[in-house]
Structures are given as structure tokens and as C-alpha cells.
Design a protein around this ligand. Structure first.
Ligand code: ATP
Length: 296
């Protein structure tokens, strides 16, 4: 028997890099939310072991695939669990819709979907917190995808606190400029001197979260990684400038890039902006998406 599920993408509405740890990881402060863009993951529970297939040429199908790693981790953890269960193996097929290396967390989302789906299949041997702990071993963004609604992420991104969805505009136009950005390369090359700005202090962004329900967060949207990504992948900056010009509004990068987004409170304006970009880019390799933020 097979089961197909949506594995949603995320946006970093703001992202501050707050420090570097001795272990090489960076500390972050980021406001994260899911969007209505998803990979389709089909689970078939039969046979032994873990098998993963994916229709995207840049995504490995071997044991390095994050979905594969998540399934192996779940199966080995559940073998040590006192509750008996009958899951021996799983085949997972991923239909990629989320741009790969796009800063939209596709791999982490897939890993989270695997953990929660296998947990449900085994009748919930693990609590959500236990799944989130497992997720941390796979990637700093994985716990966010298990968390639920929009969240303020600190630590390497794995420490989460709830944020009211009323804080931000719901409509978004996302552009994938077609450049796969390596998150590791961006962090390795991150230069704190490039990002220091009095205008965007940590204080500013953490304060807005307690100011009230109907605050428009657009003035606070910001990404410290942009400067580094733009230096390493100048095409992303070119795309950002072009979109900002066409939409006549600020355009930001999600995560380490290269996906870019613009926020709208008004759905009609989002639709018009999307049409304008579509007309401009007809036939080019960029991918556009008009979507909404997910509030749960
Ligand atoms: P993030 O924003 O979390 O840094 P990203 O969205 O930029 O991530 P992904 O698309 O999640 O990047 O994946 C980037 C790398 O991970 C690619 O090199 C890809 O080959 C590898 N990868 C492994 N498993 C997966 C998966 N299930 N889906 C997507 N990429 C995967």
C-alpha cells in the first residue's frame, strides 16, 4: 500500500548570523515559515531496508539522500524502542518541486516528512520533541519542519519558539534563478564585516515579535547571507536587482539562496507582480511561483 504526502518548502523571512562557534557552525536568528510549495513524497511499506528514488538529476538516490538518512535513523532508533512495531522497510519516491540548493529547505523538509510519516506508521512511538531531536542529527533546519507553524529559530537554527502568523503578509512571489547554491560554501565564506549594519541589529528583529499582532514585518525582512552569496554567485544578485526593478519593491533571498522572494499583503498585487515577471522572463530558465505562506 502506498501513501503520497506533501513535503513543504520554507522561507527565511529574516536571517541574522549572530556568531561563529568553535565547532565551525554559525549561530543564527531567523524567522521561518512554510510556504505552499511542496515535493510529493510517496511511501510504500514493503520489503526490507530503505530505498529512495527521485526524479531530479541533482538529488542522490543513495544513502546520502536526506530522506534515506532519516529513514535509516528512524528504523534504528525504533529498534531500540520498548514498543514493538512491524516496520521492516520502506520505499520512498520523491517528486521534486522545490528548487534544489535553493535555500528553501527541500532536503530538510523531506527528512522531516520521513520521520513524521514513519512515526505515524508505527503508531507514534516517539513524541514530537523526540522526533525533533532525531531531526537535529540530520540537519539544523529539520526540527523546524516538524515544529508546526512559523517560528523564530536560534542556535544553529534548531532552537524554536512560536511566532504569531498574524505578524506577516501572506502572499509571496518566489523566483528560482536556476542557480544551485551550496549552503556549506556560503557559510564557509561568510564574512561578518560584510553584514554589519546598524539598521538591522538583532535587537530590532527580536523586538518586533512582541510588539503586537498586526505589525507589518516587511521593514524587518533582511538576510545577512546575501552579501556572501552575491559575491560567490553574482547571477543571484543580478536576478534580485532585476526582480526588484520589475516589481518596484524590495526582494530578498531565502536561506543561503539562490531563491528570491517578494512579500505582498494584497493577493491581487501579488498576482499582478507575478504576471509582470512571467511576461518578462517568458522562455528563460528562471522559475516563478506565486504562492502563500502557510500558517500551520
Ligand atoms: P537549506 O536551505 O536547508 O540550506 P537548500 O534548500 O539550499 O537547503 P536542498 O535542496 O535541501 O538545499 O539540498 C541541497 C543539497 O542536498 C543538494 O546537493 C542535494 O543533492 C542534497 N540532497 C540530499 N538529499 C536531498 C533531498 N531529499 N532533497 C534535496 N536535496 C537533497
Amino acid at each position: 500500500m502506498s501513501r503520497s504526502l506533501a513535503s513543504y518548502a520554507k522561507l527565511n523571512l529574516f536571517l541574522h548570523v549572530t556568531g561563529k562557534r568553535p565547532d565551525g557552525y554559525h549561530d543564527l536568528l531567523s524567522l521561518m515559515t512554510k510556504i505552499r510549495l511542496a515535493d510529493i513524497m510517496t511511501f510504500t511499506f514493503q520489503g526490507n531496508g530503505v530505498n529512495v528514488t527521485c526524479d531530479h538529476p541533482l538529488v542522490p538516490e543513495d544513502e546520502t539522500n536526506l530522506a534515506h538518512r532519516a529513514a535509516v535513523l528512524f528504523l534504528s532508533s525504533s529498534r531500540q524502542h520498548p514498543k514493538k512495531h512491524s516496520l521492516q522497510g520502506v520505499t520512498i519516491d520523491i517528486q521534486k518541486q522545490i528548487p534544489v540548493g535553493g535555500g528553501l529547505g527541500g532536503g530538510s523538509s523531506n527528512a522531516a516528512t520521513v520521520l513524521s510519516t514513519l512515526n505515524a506508521r508505527c503508531r507514534y512511538p516517539f513524541s514530537r520533541n523526540q522526533l525533533m531531536e532525531m531531526g537535529t542529527c540530520l540537519g539544523a533546519d529539520v526540527p523546524f519542519f516538524l515544529y508546526g507553524g512559523p517560528a523564530l529559530a536560534t542556535g544553529a537554527g534548531e532552537t524554536l519558539s512560536r511566532v504569531s502568523p498574524e505578524l506577516f503578509p501572506r502572499h509571496v512571489v518566489v523566483c528560482d534563478p536556476g542557480i544551485a547554491v551550496s549552503t556549506a560554501r556560503v557559510f564557509q565564506n561568510h564574512d561578518f564585516c560584510l553584514t554589519f549594519s546598524k539598521e538591522y541589529t538583532i535587537q530590532t528583529s527580536s523586538n518586533i515579535l512582541s510588539k503586537g499582532q498586526d505589525l507589518d514585518i516587511r521593514p524587518y525582512v533582511h538576510n545577512d547571507l546575501e552579501a556572501t552569496t552575491f559575491r560567490l554567485y553574482p547571477e543571484v544578485r543580478v536576478a534580485r536587482d532585476e526582480i526588484a526593478q520589475l516589481l518596484q519593491r524590495p526582494v530578498f533571498m531565502s536561506g543561503s539562496g539562490g531563491s528570491l522572494f517578494a512579500l505582498f499583503t494584497d493577493e491581487k498585487k501579488a498576482a499582478l507582480g507575478y504576471e509582470r515577471l512571467l511576461a518578462h522572463w517568458a522562455g528563460k530558465k528562471k522559475r516563478l511561483l506565486r504562492t502563500a505562506l502557510l500558517t500551520r
